[in-house]
Ligand binder design. Structure first.
Ligand code: ZN
Length: 234
């Protein structure tokens, strides 16, 4: 039976070869999302051990942030941006899940996850989620859970949608994101260490709004953040 499924996998690979999301070349057996070459060349940010890295700087606000980790740098014109774009807009949340698992594996030896109690994905307003069919941040949370076993909480909710952030200034983004997020059952987060996860950190407005919403209702909660990508601000 196992041989049969292996054989059908090989057949599927011949008919629909899996390709690297970055360079478009066919993937070898055992590879997923990225070929070995693109995986080695990934512009890793390696900031999970830095005490005050760029994510901390972008999230400087009313909520103290303990640890901050970002997997790789996001440049708009780089083909690595396909990883995020396909996960977010092209119906491929599996990319977000697998990348998150990879990242979790890569940094788990550093002890980054040791004291984390709950993973909280940045929420999406339910209408938007219904339209898209998924929330890529939930896929990231699932990818981390698959490696670390840490539970995913549903305490963060989006009370309303927000207009697109893309063309706004940092201040306008922050104003726009404020009051969107709320926390349900805050008593579950008391004295816990939560990891808020999102796909990309740009100005940090969305993450900051989530962290501030948590801190407001549960000041004893320790908050850390993790994103797959970190944009370079021009
Ligand atoms: Zn490749």
């Amino acid at each position: 039976m196992e041989r049969l499924s292996e054989w059908s996998n090989d057949l599927m690979r011949m008919i629909y070869p899996k390709v690297c999301e970055v360079c478009g070349y066919s993937l070898a057996k055992g590879e997923d999302i990225m070929c070995l070459h693109c995986s080695l060349d990934l512009p890793r940010a390696n900031m999970h051990n830095e005490q005050f890295n760029i994510i901390h700087q972008r999230l400087a606000g009313h909520a103290p942030i303990d640890k901050a980790a970002g997997y790789f740098y996001y440049y708009k014109d780089s083909s690595y941006s396909n990883l995020i774009l396909n996960a977010k807009y092209h119906n491929r949340p599996i990319i977000a899940r697998l990348l998150a698992s990879r990242y979790a594996q890569e940094i788990s030896n550093s002890g980054f996850f040791n004291d984390i109690d709950i993973i909280l994905p940045v929420p999406m307003h339910w209408i938007k989620r219904l339209r898209r069919g998924y929330n890529q941040s939930e896929a990231i949370a699932q990818g981390i859970k698959n490696v670390t076993g840490i539970e995913i909480g549903k305490n963060l909710i989006a009370k309303r949608g927000h207009s697109t952030q893309t063309r706004k200034s940092s201040y306008a983004r922050w104003k726009n994101a404020q009051n969107i997020y709320a926390v349900t059952a805050p008593e579950q987060l008391e004295s816990k260490h939560v990891l808020v996860v999102d796909d990309v950190v740009t100005t940090g407005a969305t993450l900051l709004a989530c962290c501030e919403a948590i801190h407001k209702v549960s000041p004893t909660t320790t908050i850390s953040v993790l994103t797959l990508a970190v944009t370079h601000l021009s």
